[in-house]
Design a protein around this ligand. Structure first.
Ligand code: SF4
Ligand code: SF4
Length: 321
């Protein structure tokens, strides 16, 4: 992580936690095209348009200008964009902590070394041991390819981690997955699929999550309340458009990464500040009516900021040092 990024992160954390300055975090889905076929996702089924390079750079500029400390470039599969390095470079030059989410199915040595210049961390989605991951992601051989990608990015000097989406198929396999991949990763996150699992989650999974100390990049409270959320007794936590927001491939500002239907403006036409200043009553009502979520990039961010500064610093240093 560059010195400028570290300073921006520390400043953002303190300003958000103690002086209520927001937003802190944003996701930019640069494309919805995807080479995975995940059972719980519809993005890959549609052929949705996306911005050209010039306009996508303008979106990155405006996202940085909105004051965020952390930017997650996501998709679809972001690496399907030929200009991804330009977008990442722009964000890096602006001093935003730059993370990239990928399925790990595209493995190119030269690309890995290019990405290493601009990315602070890469998260690869891995949902379990080989058969389970391949089944859930809908691609034969996906696990093996994603693990090769982890090794390649790590050898290029990038901090790498995995995100595991818990479904009824893999919810008892957290520890097994961690043990399989521990040597390849710097950090791991785990989140329940949205909407939540139909058949609940076991005490064993929660206790496994509590026992994975070193590389699990999740606040303790996130693990603690996961069962309550899945079983339906969790009081909604929502900081949409305050602590975080998301942007779709056309530059539309969304309430959060989970609600692509709540569009409040477009960064090609207005700044984030202007959009928030003119937000419609209908959009606010939609956010109020939303029944909740439990994503790392929504509730997880809230809980991360509620931790003690020491706990957060230890986790962040472990993941991004
Ligand atoms: S990798 Fe992400 S965007 Fe692609 S199909 Fe899976 S969940 Fe959807
Ligand atoms: S509660 Fe709804 S609107 Fe709020 S962050 Fe979660 S999904 Fe988004």
């Amino acid at each position: 992580m560059s010195l400028l990024s570290k300073l921006r992160m520390v400043n953002g954390f303190i300003m958000t936690k103690y002086f209520n300055r927001t937003p802190f975090y944003a996701t930019y889905n640069v494309t919805f095209r995807c080479n995975s076929r995940c059972v719980y996702c519809d993005y890959w089924k549609s052929d949705s348009p996306e911005l050209n390079t010039e306009n996508a750079l303008k979106v990155v500029d405006r996202m940085s200008e909105s004051g965020i400390s952390m930017l997650a470039i996501s998709g679809g599969e972001p690496l399907l964009r030929n200009d991804l390095n330009q977008l990442l470079k722009r964000a890096r030059d602006l001093g935003v902590i730059n993370t990239l989410n990928t399925s790990g199915l595209i493995i190119k040595e030269q690309l890995a070394f290019e990405l290493a210049k601009y990315v602070d961390a890469i998260t690869i989605s891995i949902d379990g041991p080989p058969e389970v991951h391949d089944k859930q992601r809908g691609i034969k051989g996906a696990f093996e390819r994603s693990v090769r990608a982890l090794a390649l990015y790590k050898s290029a000097g990038i901090r790498v981690g995995i995100n595991m989406v818990l479904t009824d198929l893999n919810k008892d396999l957290v520890m097994e997955t961690y043990n399989l991949l521990e040597d390849y990763i710097d950090f791991m996150t785990v989140q329940p699929v949205n909407p939540p699992l139909k058949n609940g989650i076991s005490e064993k999974t929660i206790s496994d999550l509590h026992s994975i100390k070193g590389k699990l990049f999740l606040p303790e409270s996130y693990i603690e309340y996961m069962k309550e959320y899945i079983n339906g007794g969790f009081n909604k936590i929502c900081d949409a458009l305050k602590l975080y927001y998301a942007v779709d491939p056309l530059g539309n500002v969304l309430a959060c990464a989970a609600r692509h239907d709540i569009i409040v403006g477009n960064l090609l036409h207005d700044s984030y500040k202007q959009i928030i200043g003119n937000i419609s009553k209908t959009s606010m009502e939609e956010i109020d009516k939303c029944t909740g979520c439990y994503l790392v990039c929504t509730v997880g961010v809230n809980m991360q900021l509620k931790q003690s500064v020491l706990n957060s610093a230890v986790q962040v240093i472990r993941a991004y040092k």
